[in-house]
Structures are given as C-alpha cells and as structure tokens.
Design a protein around this ligand. Structure first.
Ligand SMILES: C[S@@+](CC[C@H](N)C(=O)[O-])C[C@H]1O[C@@H](n2cnc3c(N)ncnc32)[C@H](O)[C@@H]1O
Length: 285
C-alpha cells in the first residue's frame, strides 16, 4: 500500500479513537518511522513502507489509539526553536508557554547579562529557550522532580546550552539569591478538574499539573516568596489557566507588585500574568 493510503487509513483509525489532531498525529508517527522530513513525504507518498517499518508504524498507532501522547511516542516535542526530549516524568511543553519566553526576551536586551530563574523547569523548556536566545544571561532552573531534572540535563547537554539546574521546592534551593527575571509555568489545575481524566494530561505527572482546590496554591506560594528573590525592579511572570488571570493579578497586586498585567494567547485567553517588584514600595523606573 502506498504511504498516502497508509496515512489516510491511519488518520481514520485515530479519528475513531477520538484524536482531535488525527491527521497530524498519524503524519508525525509516519515521519518518525521513515526517518524523513514532511517535505520528503509530500513528494514520495507513492512509495511503500518496508515490512519492518509497517510493523513499527502499526505498533505506534495502536499506542496512540490507547491515548498515549504523540510526544511520548516520539520521545520529543518542539518548543520555541528547540527539539526537547520528554518522557512520562515531564510535562509536554505547550505552545502557550512560549508566551513566557517572548516576555523574557522583551525584558532582556540581547547583550544583557543578568540572572534569570525558571521555577518548575520540567524538560527545561523555558530555561533552555531563554538561554538559547540570551546566551550572556546566567539561567538557573529548579524542579522538585529529580526524574524531570535528568531530562532537563539531557536536553541542555544535547543542545550545548549551559543552565544551572537545582533540585528542590520552588525557591528553597536558592538561599538568598536574587534574579532580574523569575519565570514559571507552575501546576495550576484544580484537583477536581474533569480535564485531568482526558487527553494527554492522563499520561503526565499529576505533580506537574495539580495545585490544590482552586489550582492556585503554587501561584500563591511563588508570588509571596518572589520578593525575597527579585532584584529591585525585577519581574515575575507566571503562566496560569485561561480563567485565572483576574485572581492571579489580585494575588500579585496584594503582594505589592507593580505594573501588573496579563497577556492573551491566540485563542483570546489571558494565559500569563506578570509584575515587577521594588524593594520597599512603589518604583520609579
Ligand atoms: C506545569 S509543569 C511545567 C514544566 C515546564 N516548565 C514546561 O513549561 O513545560 C510544572 C513543573 O513544576 C514542577 N513542580 C511541581 N511542584 C514543584 C515544587 N514544589 N517545586 C519545584 N518544582 C515543582 C513539576 O515537577 C513540573 O515539572
């Protein structure tokens, strides 16, 4: 059977299994088995799998039909300009998290050399993307999960990017250190959220997703301790759920942050909120 027909049948199988991105999923799995680019496939879709490729493709398709995320099947996910290894110990980096990277790049001019912190780094996504773009900055990344940090270390080594990785809970491993910019995509899902039993999140670590009854426990912790770890006028920027921006802004304003604002994603949802902190009150610059 020609590859284009295999792709059509695979897409139908994944649609029946409930995938919302069936065609894309099938194509990514096919490209991984072929070891070829999408461009190659478009001009060679009249070719056929070798027998062992057909078997491998079918095995991957069956796992996808059972709901396993494509990123886990491939062992990687693209984030910003980087191909990152991921596994069951890490969150699969999401496109909306790139908003935090965009925010960071706006605040860090190209030649600036300031300390930057990524809390809850997972696969290292945010820290590595910032380091890739702002090589002069000293980037530190923290995660509570030793298994996630192994993945982050591996990604940094493969990409040739130097980031300091520390294991521990939020600011705890940092002592008195202060940063110009603190970024975090913390867990922010409510413990009883029905989405936890749907789609890719079923295969991701609960500790990367859930944060108390209202989803805001970790955000409250980060906002309350950030002033002890920000340089004067330094920024804290947090990702949060699509319906949490009002609460996150209120939490930051109550903690004394200035210039608090949120930004919307491509769907029009406010997904990141940020503010800056001046020691001892309102800032002037
Ligand atoms: C939503 S995931 C974000 C991962 C990654 N930054 C990304 O955007 O793809 C949250 C991360 O926070 C980590 N985490 C959860 N609780 C933590 C804690 N108390 N201290 C440090 N990291 C924590 C989890 O292990 C997980 O890697």
């Amino acid at each position: 059977m020609m590859l284009r027909d295999v792709l059509r049948d695979a897409t139908q199988r994944l649609q029946v299994a409930g995938s919302e991105s069936a065609r894309r999923d099938a194509e990514l799995l096919m490209l991984a088995v072929l070891g070829k680019s999408a461009m190659w496939l478009y001009s060679h879709d009249d070719q056929c799998f070798l027998p062992e490729q057909a078997l491998r493709f079918d095995a991957l398709l069956q796992r996808r039909e059972q709901g396993e995320p494509v990123a886990h099947l491939l062992g990687e996910r693209g984030f910003w300009t980087l191909d990152l290894r991921v596994n069951a110990h890490t969150l699969i980096p999401r496109p909306e998290t790139e908003m935090l990277v965009e925010f960071a790049l706006e605040k860090l001019s190209a030649d600036v050399a300031v300390p930057v912190l990524d809390l809850g780094t997972g696969s290292g996504a945010i820290a590595l993307a910032v380091k890739a773009e702002r090589s002069a900055c000293a980037v530190t990344a923290v995660d509570a999960s030793p298994d996630a940090l192994l993945v982050a270390h591996d990604n940094a080594a493969r990409l040739g990017l130097v980031v300091e990785f520390l294991q521990g809970s939020w600011f705890a491993p940092l002592g008195q250190r202060r940063f110009q910019l603190v970024l975090s995509n913390p867990p922010y899902i409510r413990a009883d959220d029905v989405h936890l039993s749907q789609g890719d999140v079923r295969f991701e670590p609960r500790s990367a997703l859930v944060s108390g009854v209202d989803g805001l426990d970790d955000i409250r912790h980060l906002v309350s301790f950030a002033p002890l770890h920000l340089l004067p006028g330094g920024w804290l920027a947090l990702e949060h759920g699509h319906d949490q921006s009002l609460q996150v802004r209120a939490i930051m304003q109550a903690a004394g942050f200035q210039d608090v604002a949120s930004r919307t994603d491509l769907n029009g949802h406010e997904r990141i909120t940020f503010g800056r902190y001046f020691l001892g009150g309102a800032g002037t610059c």
